[in-house]
Design a protein around this ligand. Structure first.
Ligand SMILES: [Zn+2]
Length: 176
């Protein structure tokens, strides 16, 4: 009889250890998940509180993030242009596609563009000139200089871009 009791105790002990380990694993998983979530939140809030990359002098949370969250909220061609620059900086390829006119959108080069924009170091944006592109306009242009560093070499894109509207919001059409 005492023998049986020992076995029973042993079984119970094994069961108990198994349950304890399961519990430990669950806690470990929950901790890891929480850590990940906090990391994302901190990364995001840091970005929100930083000066917007487009050089507007506003914080990202008061500037291009509005466009990145909802493109319909952009009222001028210049705002769209700025939000596209910031999307290049952030590697937000979906936004770059969405803010491009469908007739000229480089959808096939999507992955290459993403790879390229992640490989360069974006330095700053200068808006030099704008024509039309206002709240009640249907088209407009923005001349800009976008500075970046590629493989340690300073580069600049100087472009006069044409913008118009598609699906009731501003989009980039082409280089003039
Ligand atoms: Zn901005």
């Amino acid at each position: 009889m005492p023998k049986q009791g020992k076995i029973k105790n042993g079984n119970n002990k094994a069961k108990h250890t198994k349950l304890l380990n399961q519990k430990k694993n669950k806690i470990r998983e929950a901790k890891a998940l929480n850590k990940q979530r906090l990391k994302t939140l901190i990364t995001k809030s840091n970005l929100y509180k930083q000066d917007c990359s487009c050089g507007s002098g506003k914080l990202y949370e008061d500037c291009c993030v509005i466009a990145h969250k909802n493109i319909m909220l952009i009222s001028t061609a210049e705002q769209l242009m700025r939000s596209r620059y910031t999307a290049y900086v952030l590697g937000d390829i979906e936004y770059l596609m969405k803010s491009h006119h469908s007739s000229t959108c480089p959808i096939k080069e999507k992955n290459e563009i993403l790879k390229w924009t992640k490989s360069v170091k974006w330095l700053k944006l200068e808006v030099l000139n704008t024509t039309k592109g206002g709240v009640s306009d249907m088209e407009g242009s923005v001349e800009f200089k976008a500075y970046f560093e590629e493989n340690g070499v300073a580069e600049v894109i100087h472009e006069n871009s044409k913008f118009n509207r598609e699906n009731n919001h501003w989009v980039y059409l082409e280089e003039l």
